[in-house]
Design a protein around this ligand. Structure first.
Ligand code: CA2
Length: 150
């Protein structure tokens, strides 16, 4: 079965615990469970990994290529706006990466408007809350099918 990696960056393990007005009330675990079942209905398996450490996120991106994942859904969280290393990691793999943000980063503080990742991703989804993860999954699966990467 084709594999999708759901990769989440720093502090997203705190989802549902603080700032529900920005990030909603769902926990990361519930998002992971929901996305796993949505992926399975479309014939994909989904693995989820979250880390608060830049190097671990880089390693996970590299592993996605080594382990022949069909695609990655990636919320780099605050590293979005600062990490050239994560941008280079996305550029260093041929696995398609979809960037996703719960909040509309373009409508928030100016330091959030720029994404280091976006130019190396196949696309970006931002501002649709938890539903954005499902949008990202569907967009990625459609991309994989269209581009015969799977
Ligand atoms: O909107 C998003 O998904 C973000 O990637 C979330 C990041 C933020 O730095 C980006 O600019 C946009 C922050 C994740 C922090 O998650 C929290 C979860 C619960 C409580 C507080 C923060």
């Amino acid at each position: 079965m084709k594999k999708i990696l759901l990769l989440n960056g720093p502090n997203l393990n705190r989802l549902g615990k603080r700032q529900p007005e920005i990030y909603g009330t769902d926990t990361l675990e519930s998002i992971e469970q929901h996305l796993t079942s949505v992926a399975e209905k479309q014939g994909f398996t989904l693995s989820a990994f979250q880390s608060n450490h830049e190097g671990e996120l880089i390693d996970a991106l590299h592993r996605s290529e080594d382990e022949q994942y069909a695609g990655v859904i990636f919320n780099p969280a605050a590293y979005t706006h600062s990490s050239i290393a994560l941008r280079d990691a996305v550029a260093s793999i041929s696995v398609p990466v979809t960037e996703i943000h719960l909040s509309n980063i373009h409508a928030r503080e100016t330091f959030r408007h720029q994404s280091m990742i976006a130019a190396e991703a196949i696309g970006q989804i931002a501002g649709f809350g938890v539903y954005g993860y499902e949008m990202a999954l569907n967009a990625l699966i459609n991309y994989v099918k269209e581009n015969h990467h799977a």
